[in-house]
Design a binder for this molecule. Structure first.
Ligand code: 3H9
Length: 683
């Protein structure tokens, strides 16, 4: 079956794409489209053309799997130009998502009809690209500069209704009438003398001034920092306004090719496929049945338990939350309500949605109320004895067939499972704080976790909008296990003479939103610190004893003013220097390069150990964890992809260079072997 077929409905030629799953514009599709337009041109019986797509969506863009391979003719820009140049009107019938090259095809059509539920967008920027088939030139001509900038630079799709409001769509129709309406529309316009041609329109861009672009750059500076593509997108739209169409297109092409051949786009494309790969579980039979999850129980109404509960409530799944004391339960429930109301105040949800979510929440002091839950997630104190006791109680109360999950961030899930008579029902669901906001969910597969339990949790993650990654059991799983060598080296660097602000700055420059000492101040230096047991033995003891607690009291590694602006704390630095002197650590000046290598190479090494031990299924899963849970900069592709781009031999050489200062480090055999063979992790 060819990807593109044509059929006649009277004098209208209907061109249908059928290239599952998302009608990507592969070479076959492009060829078919070009042939269909030629067919229409050559057939005097045809008065108008409708381009439609079968399956779940209109074209979702260029075929990303073709990127980086030798180009195949015809190119998408040429196909779209041919559509636009057609003497017979072409109508795009849009359903699902018209994205990227898909929307560019629609922009080449003379008219666009959309199903009410459709979405339209130019998400290329999220792949480190810009719309490279005329989109940056045609869209501003159709909708004006500001809406075009917003769509092209953010990459966020807009609903069909909004598309109609800004003039991107000519008519909105009921979903089930799309094709019939598009044919009727085509027939109705067939006899018109002229049809709108996006590339020759000037009305919407006339009079656009440079201030619009300057204001846009300024308003979005923070969000776009570090990424190359957004600036290129802005420049391309500037060209649409400043240059004749053909020159604008040439500028777009040049910018597109530069981005396409750059590291950032490679990294972001890697992440696109990595995110989808993470959803796949090795060794799980394809026909694994999932379990129904209609009611969720949560133990603990603290920050974590409350945040976890919100995920399910927002998805419309009833939750029962258990606390030990009424006051703590009331406090927890009040915070959930406050969070929802804050979202409503920002316009992110309606007042009705708040009440609907809260209406699905029940609180209780009695474990027995968890008996009929399909999934219970424990978010109690992070101590093995407590976890075991809790799981023993859950085992006795919760119905058979239910899933028992722990939100532990470090502890041995198998040991917790062994406290029950049904270890196959036990799994780790490691949410990240704030749990209602953070996208990442580490799903920890115990030695005995049943396939159905694992598959159910993966499906559930999708339902509540999380990006799930499967991890095996080890201390700290994927994310926290890799964080610990970074923290160890950050502390060691302080002892050797680096200032906290230097360590943080190097990571900020790399693209992290926060450095380790800023993070420590934010979390509170006294988390888990016991004044009764403090004896000045650790640096933390010394800092806390001196009253340095972090942001909460305005004094930590940094001093904070009332607006939380930070300046390096002379007091903290004096305590660090004194501590290092007493420990007899030699002080020296440390380069930014060494700081970066000491912080990041051991993380890559830990990632390699995690792979070697089979804790992570694939290197790209590790990238997804660090990107979505710890703010690793997306444009580098995550720790393992970044290591690939700088060369694994560089990482190994760096680890060897600093080996004497990193006695705790065990270099991964897998890393060494791949480096020696010139291989990569994501090869
Ligand atoms: C572009 O258009 C450049 C042009 O401007 C210039 C050219 C000159 N290609 O996400 P899902 C696969 S750049 C190839 O799970 P959903 C995907 O990998 C492109 N494959 O489904 C997955 O495969 P698998 C601009 C693609 O329902 C399967 O389809 N367009 C493409 O959750 C299902 O995907 C974009 O950036 C593609 N373009 O979401 C849109 N898209 O099953 C990218 C998807 O083997 N796509 N696949 O894992 C999306 O945003 C979502 O896939 C979409 C569906 C919303 C469409």
């Amino acid at each position: 079956m060819p990807a593109i077929t044509t059929r006649r409905d009277g004098d209208v030629l209907i061109v249908t794409s059928d290239n599952p799953p998302v009608n990507a514009l592969s070479a076959d599709v492009r060829q078919g489209l070009a042939a269909a337009i030629a067919e229409a041109e050559g057939d005097p019986q045809v008065k108008a053309v409708v381009i439609a797509a079968a399956g779940r969506t209109f074209f979702a863009g260029a075929d990303i799997t073709e990127f980086g391979k030798p180009p195949r003719e015809p190119g998408l820009p040429a196909v779209i130009d041919a559509i636009e140049a057609s003497g017979k009107p072409v109508v795009a019938a849009i359903h699902g998502t018209a994205l990227g090259g898909g929307l560019e095809v629609a922009l080449g059509c003379h008219y666009r009809i959309a199903a009410a539920s459709a979405k339209l967008g130019l998400p290329e920027v999220k792949l480190g690209l810009l719309p490279g088939a005329g989109g940056t030139q045609r869209l501003p001509r159709v909708v004006g500069v500001e809406p075009a900038l917003a769509m092209i630079v953010t990459g966020d799709p807009i609903p069909a209704k909004k598309a109609a409001a800004i003039g991107l769509v000519d008519a909105l129709v009921a979903d089930d009438l799309l094709l019939a309406e598009a044919i009727a529309f085509a027939r109705a316009v067939a006899d018109k003398d002229a049809h709108p041609v996006a590339s020759t329109r000037a009305d919407r861009i006339a009079g656009a001034d440079a201030a619009t672009f300057a204001a846009f750059r300024k308003a979005n500076a923070r969000r776009l920092k570090g990424f190359e593509a957004p600036e290129a997108c802005i420049q391309a739209v500037e060209a649409a306004v400043a240059l004749p169409y053909a020159e604008g297109v040439a500028k777009e092409r040049a910018l597109f090719l530069k981005l396409m051949n750059g590291t950032q786009s490679r990294a972001l494309r890697h992440l696109f496929f990595a995110e989808r790969a993470a959803a796949k579980i090795d060794g799980l039979p394809a026909d694994t049945q999932t379990l129904p999850i209609a009611k969720v129980g949560i133990l603990g109404a603290g920050t974590m338990g409350g945040g976890i509960a919100m995920n399910f409530l927002t998805a419309g799944i009833p939750v029962t939350i258990i606390e030990r004391e009424q006051a703590a339960l009331d406090r927890g429930i009040a915070i959930i309500r406050k969070n929802y109301e804050a979202s409503a105040a920002k316009g992110r949800m309606t007042a009705e949605a708040v009440e609907k979510a809260m209406g699905n929440l029940a609180g209780s002091l009695d474990y027995a109320d968890l008996a009929d839950c399909d999934l219970v997630i424990e978010a109690v104190f992070e101590l093995m004895e407590i976890k075991k006791e809790v799981f023993g109680r859950l085992d006795a109360i919760v119905k058979q067939g239910a899933i028992l999950a722990t939100n532990t961030s470090y502890l041995d899930v198998d040991e917790i499972a062994a406290a029950t008579s049904r270890p196959e029902a036990v799994i780790g669901l490691h949410f990240f704080s704030p749990a209602n906001v953070m996208k990442l969910l580490e799903i920890v597969r115990g030695a005995k976790t049943a396939p159905a339990v694992l598959a159910t949790c993966m499906g559930l993650a999708r339902r509540i909008g999380k990006i799930a990654v499967v991890s095996g059991v080890c201390h700290g799983f994927i994310g926290n296990r890799m964080l610990s060598p970074r923290q160890r080296e950050a502390n060691a660097l302080l002892m050797e003479g680096a200032r906290p602000v230097d360590v943080d700055r190097v990571l900020l420059d790399f693209g992290f939103p926060m450095g380790p000492f800023q993070m420590a101040d934010l979390a509170g230096l006294d988390i888990g610190w016991d004044p009764a047991k403090s004896n000045g033995e650790t640096l933390r003891d010394r800092l806390c004893e001196a009253g340095l607690r972090g942001q909460k009291n305005g004094r930590g590694f940094y001093d904070y003013d009332a607006s939380r602006n930070r300046t390096p704390s002379a007091e903290a630095e004096a305590i660090i220097a004194d501590f290092a002197a007493k420990a007899g650590t030699e002080q020296r000046s440390i380069s930014d390069e060494e700081i970066l290598e000491r912080l990041l190479y051991p993380m890559v090494n830990e990632g390699a150990l995690i792979l070697e031990e089979g804790i992570a299924q694939r290197a790209s899963d590790i990238d997804i964890v660090w990107l979505n849970g710890y703010g690793w900069p997306a444009w580098t592709g995550g720790p393992m992809f970044w290591a690939d781009t700088i060369g694994l031999d560089t990482v190994v050489a760096g680890l060897e260079k600093h080996a004497a200062r990193m006695p705790a480090l065990r270099v991964s055999e897998l890393l060494k072997a791949r480096a020696a063979k010139g291989e990569t992790f994501n090869g």
